[in-house]
Structures are given as structure tokens and as C-alpha cells.
Design a protein around this ligand. Structure first.
Ligand code: IPM
Ligand code: MN
Length: 365
């Protein structure tokens, strides 16, 4: 029996209603095993701007610091779109959270059940058994966090620059997690870079090769250029099992992976830190891949599965509860494959609401 202490940041749009379902599923799963949940709810994104004038209020940051993990909903919406880019909820909440908690590894499972291949824009014959791959993205380095500058040149033209920068230790820590993730699956790892053009990629490829071959000789490592990877992902996604890449390549490829996996309402993610939390596991932030879907917010229409699966990832990575996480994942799969579907994945079936979907998961636990 254990106590799981986490901060809940529902955010905007459909965030709060899908979060409610995730919390109900977590409680049902944990009650059954005698585990307890200890959480407080904090404002983030537009909700933070409205209440405190900041997308990431100090009180929210404090609450996260006091917790062992963060369960995050989604942020943003038309109400805040007029703000300058730097103050937009997405950027002003997520990037500082990643930096503050050193969340260097972003894990996005690209999972599409065989029963849901209709949701994918890919032809069925390319993915007869669905899709089951994992994207591992470096999250606190590269061009996102390198030196940025906009300057006026002596002749009056304006020039802007962003710097892509990587150190060996930043490459090694993500390579290590990627290799360990690969070993838990098929043992195959593909590292994606642009080593034919970029210095950072040359260092990336050399470092990954040396580190993985020395420390994980069982892992079958291959390398691919990012432009080719984008193409291969659309052609035959299951040729990858686990792929690992730097921050911006991962941002782009993970969106491509999301679209070929069909509904955003089914995709979860984990962003893991370096430090251990009070439970002896990694501190992490867990969030659905999709956005706030303002058009359907508050209407009991959103698919809560991505949020529920993100909560399962939290149990696995931040609280070491692998079996419990798998139980929740199986319950989601059983509910969906048994025909309980929200509108985004209905395909001819009569759609159920957010709450009914959550309830169906609980019944399948
Ligand atoms: C993501 C998002 C963020 C990113 C944005 C909102 C800053 O696109 O999590 O993939 O670019 O990392
Ligand atoms: Mn993105």
C-alpha cells in the first residue's frame, strides 16, 4: 500500500472535464489495491492568466514542487490568442515547467489499436495490426533553449537567430532512457538526426553510437536522417519500434506520429526529469497529446482516454506501479475495442459522452 502525491493542473478547454474522468479512474484503480491518492488542483495556462495574470502562477509552481509528479490537462484557447507569442498559455506554461523540473525526456507512445485503424489516414493494408511505436524526444536542449536574438543590422535589415546546441551529457541521458525503453520492447532503437548537415547531429550520432554499443550491446541500433524518417513514418510506421531524437525533430515527428495514429483523444505522453522524486522514481509531467478543443469544451463530448492513459503513465514512471498502469491501459483498450466510443473514434457506432467513456473504463478495470 502506497500514497501517491501529485499536482493536478487541468488547464483550459476540455482539460478539466477529461481530468475529472482520469481522477475517477485513478481512484478506482488505486482503491482496489489499497493505495491512496493525495493531490491538490492548481491553475495553469489561460486559467492562470485569468486568475493571476500568469500562465504559470507562482502558487502552481510551488504546488508542483511539493508533489512527486504533475498530472497536466491542456492549455490555450481563442480567448488568449491575442497575447504576444511569449505570453501564450502553451509556451508560457509548458516551456518553463520543462525547464524548472529538468524534464529532459518526452515519451510519446504511438499506439493505435487494430480495431481503430479507421481512425488513421493511412491505408489499412499498411497497418493491418494497428500501430505500436514509441517516440522519445529530448526536451530541454537544442534550438528551443539555445541563445536567441533579434538585431538590427547596420544597414537597417533585421536579423533573428536561434541556436541549436547539444552537450554529450544531454545526449547520453536521453540515449540511456531510450536504450532501456527499447530493451523492454523489441530491443530495436532508431536514432534520428541530420548528421549530413548539422554539427549537433554529428555529435549526437557519435555519442549515441558509442554510449549504446558500450552500455547496451544487446540493443540493435540504427540511424536515420530526419527527412527520411518523416517519409518512413508515413510509409511504414511499424518499421520503427522506439525512436529517439533531439527536441525540434521530435516535436515535428511526434505530431506526424499522432496523426497517423488517428485520434488525438487516445494519445498520452510523459515528460521525465533527471532527479528522483520522494518515491525513488523519476519526477514527471504527464499530459495528453491533444489540445484544449475549445469548440467542444464543457459539452461532455471530449474523449478522456488520453488523459486516463497519461495518468497510467504517471503510475508507471513516477510511482513504480507498472502492473497497475497496465491494468488501466487494458481497461481503456477493452472499453474502446468493446465498442464504447466517444464521437472522435465512433466510426458508425453511437457515440457516448466523456463521463460514460470514463465510467466504461472503470467497469473494465
Ligand atoms: C509540444 C508543443 C510545445 C512544443 C509547444 C506548445 C511549446 O507543441 O508539446 O509538442 O513545441 O514543445
Ligand atoms: Mn508539438
Amino acid at each position: 500500500m502506497a500514497n501517491f502525491k501529485f499536482a493536478v493542473l487541468p488547464g483550459d478547454g476540455i482539460g478539466p472535464e477529461v481530468m475529472d474522468e482520469a481522477l475517477k479512474v485513478l481512484k478506482a484503480a488505486c482503491d482496489a489495491e489499497g493505495h491512496t491518492l493525495e493531490y491538490s488542483v492548481y491553475e495553469v495556462g489561460g486559467a492562470g492568466i485569468d486568475k493571476f495574470g500568469k500562465a504559470l502562477p507562482e502558487s502552481t509552481l510551488e504546488g508542483c514542487r511539493a508533489a512527486d509528479a504533475i498530472l497536466f490537462g491542456s492549455v490555450g484557447g481563442p480567448k488568449w490568442e491575442h497575447l504576444p507569442p511569449k505570453e501564450q498559455p502553451e509556451r508560457a506554461a509548458l516551456l518553463p515547467l520543462r525547464k524548472a523540473f529538468k524534464l529532459f525526456a518526452n515519451i510519446r507512445p504511438g499506439l493505435l489499436y487494430a480495431d481503430l485503424t479507421d481512425a488513421s489516414p493511412l491505408k489499412k493494408e499498411r497497418i493491418p495490426n494497428g500501430i505500436d511505436i514509441v517516440c522519445m524526444r529530448e526536451l530541454t536542449g537544442g534550438i528551443y533553449f539555445g541563445e536567441k536574438k533579434t538585431e538590427t543590422l547596420p544597414d537597417g535589415r533585421i536579423q533573428a537567430s536561434d541556436t541549436m546546441c547539444y552537450r554529450t551529457d544531454e545526449i547520453i541521458r536521453i540515449a540511456d532512457l531510450a536504450a532501456r525503453t527499447a530493451m523492454k520492447r523489441s530491443g530495436k532503437l532508431c536514432s534520428i538526426d541530420k548528421a549530413n548537415v548539422l554539427e549537433t547531429s554529428v555529435l549526437w550520432r557519435k555519442t549515441v553510437t558509442e554510449y549504446v554499443s558500450k552500455n547496451y550491446p544487446q540493443v540493435e541500433l540504427r540511424h536515420m536522417y530526419v527527412d527520411n524518417a518523416a517519409m518512413q513514418l508515413a510509409r511504414d510506421p511499424n518499421q520503427f519500434d522506439v525512436f529517439v531524437t533531439e527536441n525540434m525533430f521530435g516535436d515535428i515527428l511526434s505530431d506526424e506520429m499522432a496523426v497517423i495514429c488517428g485520434s488525438l483523444g487516445m494519445l498520452c505522453s510523459a515528460s521525465l526529469g533527471e532527479a528522483e522524486n520522494g518515491c525513488g522514481h523519476k519526477f514527471g509531467l504527464y499530459e495528453p497529446a491533444g489540445g484544449t478543443a475549445p469548440d467542444i469544451a464543457g459539452k461532455n463530448l471530449a474523449n478522456p482516454c488520453a488523459q486516463i492513459l497519461s495518468a497510467a503513465m504517471m503510475l508507471r514512471y513516477s510511482f513504480g506501479q507498472d502492473a497497475l498502469a497496465s491494468r488501466i491501459e487494458s481497461a481503456v483498450k477493452k472499453a474502446v475495442c468493446g465498442g464504447v466510443r466517444t464521437a472522435d473514434i465512433a466510426f458508425g457506432k453511437t457515440p457516448v459522452g466523456t463521463k460514460q467513456m470514463g465510467q466504461a473504463v472503470i467497469e473494465n478495470l
